[in-house]
Structures are given as structure tokens and as C-alpha cells.
Design a protein around this ligand. Sequence first.
Ligand SMILES: Cc1cc2nc3c(=O)[nH]c(=O)nc-3n(C[C@H](O)[C@H](O)[C@H](O)COP(=O)(O)O)c2cc1C
Length: 307
Amino acid sequence: MTDLSTTLAGVKLNNPLVLASGVRGNNAGLLIRAAMEGAGAVTSKSCSLQPREGHPNPTMMQKGDFMLNAIGLSNPGVEDEIGEIKEAVAHAGVPVIASVYGGSAPDFEKTAEMIAQAKPAIIELDASCPNVHREGEMFSSSAQSASGLARAVKTRLKAQAKTASIPLFIKLAPNVPDIGQIALECQKAGADGITAINTMPAMWIDVRARKPVLANQYGGLSGPALLPIALRCVHAIRKKCSLPIIGGGGVNSGEDAAAMLMAGANAVSIGSAVYYRRNAFGEIRAELQEFMQEEGFARVSDIRLEE
Ligand SMILES: Cc1cc2nc3c(=O)[nH]c(=O)nc-3n(C[C@H](O)[C@H](O)[C@H](O)COP(=O)(O)O)c2cc1C
């Protein structure tokens, strides 16, 4: 018998596959559908204090083993999102992770405080979106700014009895010199978990049109090509930080998910795989279970690198 369950900061998941933020949008119906397809938890697309239109089209492209996107965090704003999260919490049947984004620490604090009304199982701070500022400045760029953000939001949530117990995860970016140190400083600042990684800044050029393919010129790379980068990041985080990790980036099969768990993740996010595979959650879950049976792993937490 294999046991696929796992725990993230006290939140129990029946299997370790987590819908990554953004790939199914802000709508409750699509989050609920991912749960029905077999996700162990679902993450909403990041929402901000005010509605955001996002970037002009084209915002996405796919080529072979990678995708690029520069959606620009289009979302209806937190007021609308509270209703969507409430509906998802009521009907998904799995933990709902609410992702929030802000242009400043006070924006993040207010948005997290508001979304907490919907009682998500976890709040995730998107401190690492590469597409909002062209020059790539992100909260997760340095240990100081990432941990400052984690501390500010955690303090705000702890100030009220209703929100104090909601675990706070912070999502980190791969394009930094020492992601392990950033995660460690976030742990010291009071974060309850780490999500890693967000997309990798990239671009593609249509040489016949002599133009970048995305209207924003630059976008974030996701999909299978991202997996080796993500594994290295999660491994580096686990070396320094003892918080639970939702590890992801390029996971497209059960063996990819097993690799992510071996690198040190406690749960595995599934993003672009929903574009590559028709029944990504059902199939990847079955493949992971088969791998565990073949390799003699009884529990998800047993899947570790050899010492
Ligand atoms: C279309 C699209 C939209 C995304 N939107 C968000 C978002 O709003 N917030 C966020 O934290 N990550 C967002 N991401 C990043 C994913 O959550 C994930 O971290 C990234 O795609 C790498 O994982 P993958 O290779 O499994 O897709 C988005 C990714 C894609 C492809």
C-alpha cells in the first residue's frame, strides 16, 4: 500500500500535487475542476488590491519543451476574488491556497488581510512575478526584501485572531544568486512555508518577423525545460531551510514529481503540465503511485535522496 498524503504547515493534502498559481486563473469553477481532476490542493491566480488589466496580446507562446508567458498579473482585484475563494473553499474538497500580489509591502499586507476573510487553507505571497516590471525587480530578489515582506504580512495576519492561524507561504524566483539563503531569512522572519519556483525570465524572437514573439518582449519560461533549474533551487533551499516546500517548475510526469520530492519538496506544484497533458493530475498521480510501488516507497515523505 502506498500513502500519497502529505502535510504542509499542518494542512493535510490527500496527494502531493498542487495546482500552481495562474495556470487556471482566478475563477472558482476552474479551481474546483482541478480538484476534481485529482489535485491534492489548488492555488488561485495571484490577485492584487486593485484590478489589473495585464499586458497586451500576445501574452503566451509554446515551443517544444517550454512556454513563455507575460500575462502581467491580469486579475479582477481582491474584492471580487474573495467571492471566488469562498466558493472554491466551500466546494473544492481540497485545501485552497490563495495567492496575492502587491506592488509594495503595505499593498501585500492589505490584500492578504482581505483575502483571509475567505478562509483559504494557506496564503501564498507572489514575491517573484518576473513580468510586472521590465527590469525584473522583485521582492524575492534579495534575502532582505523577501524576509521584510514575509515579516510584514505575517505580523499583520497575527494581529487578528481570525487570521492568525492561516499559514503564510512565500513564492521565490530562480534567478537569484543564493535562493537557500533567501528561504532561510524568510523562515527567520516568520514564514510558514516556501513555494519555489516561479518562472525564469526569458524571451523568444520570431526571426522572420524580426520581432520578439511576446508583446511585452520578455516573459517567464515554464514547462519541462524548467525542471533542472527548479530541482537545483529546491535542493538548495532544503539544504538551508527546514520549512515545508511546495516544489515545482517543469514537472510533467510522476517521475518528475518524484525527483522534486527527492530534491526536498513536501508537495509538488503542477503548472504548465495542464497545457501539455489532457489529464495532468490524474495521470501524474497514477504515475507517482506506480513509481512508489516499483521503488518500495510507502509514504511520500520516504522519497528522499540517498544519504
Ligand atoms: C499562464 C501562467 C500564469 C501564471 N500566473 C502566475 C501568477 O499569477 N502567480 C504566480 O505566483 N505564478 C504564476 N505563474 C507561475 C506558475 O505558478 C509556476 O510557478 C511556473 O509556471 C513554473 O511551473 P510549471 O513549469 O509547472 O508551469 C504562471 C504561469 C503561467 C504559465
